[in-house]
Design a binder for this molecule. Sequence first.
Ligand code: ADP
Ligand code: ZN
Length: 297
Amino acid sequence: MIDETRLVAGIELGGTKSIALVARGREIVEIARIPTAEPGPTLDALSAQLDAWQGAHGRVEAIGIGSFGPIGLDRGRADYGHITSTPKPGWANVDVVGHVARRFDVPIGFDTDVAGAALAEYHWGAGQGCDVVLYLTIGTGIGGGVVVHGAPVHGLVHPELGHLRVRRAPGDDFAGVCPFHGDCLEGLAAGPAIGARTGMAGADVGDDHPVWALVVDELAEAMAMLMLTLSPRRILIGGGVFQHRQPLLDRIRARTADLLGGYVAGVGVAELSGIIRAPGLGDKAGPLGAVALAYGA
Ligand code: ADP
Ligand code: ZN
């Protein structure tokens, strides 16, 4: 159980922006956003912000860091606490936990931003009471966190749900933009892929643009795979692409139901409406994810 009287800090490192905050449970005391620039200056700025807040509110008891990935999570390996093979310029092999640990002598929790978000949804949001909770962000990239019985799934590394390969619509020959895989889910359906497919920024693409039919089908393929592999009670979809396009969720649910073909007992389109949902914590799922990771440190 989380002792919500304890003041903790969180850092969320995102592909385009990063967030520092201090909180008691889900009550955010202070929060600030900065652009994600070079690693050193970005981590310095986030640490300095936490330091300033400690002056105002007292010492934090733990720090949680939710980061874009891939990241090293095995404490027995030299890359623990690092961002590892990211294509984001300058950020590959950056020792994030080491950087923060040199400045703050408190326990540090570390996980992917999406594992943190799934954990926050489990504690405080739409995943409460659910034994298997998935959180997917569809933004600059696609990432997925998996929480089982209140703990993020770690194994060899961590799940990489955004890089699943999905079945394509017949005749769709877009090569995809993932630097590792081309047409994996992220390469097809994240913001930059939608941009490459349409020649427009994601926000400018009309709701009636044909690209959405492709994106809906591709995401439904992934939803069906996740229903079959992990049997989640919730798949919560956050991130910039879907934040303002909630009607697409209905289309994803309907298509997922078609793909499952009635095979998963009791799961039709009505049940999928309860399973595939927007995050209960809205755009605070990521930052509160870092807070949840602090409580687990
Ligand atoms: P990040 O993934 O870097 O944390 P976001 O989750 O905010 O950032 O996602 C940013 C992506 O969302 C960009 O690729 C942007 O083009 C896309 N995006 C923003 N608004 C919309 C919108 N209304 N419709 C579709 N895509 C959008
Ligand atoms: Zn990929």
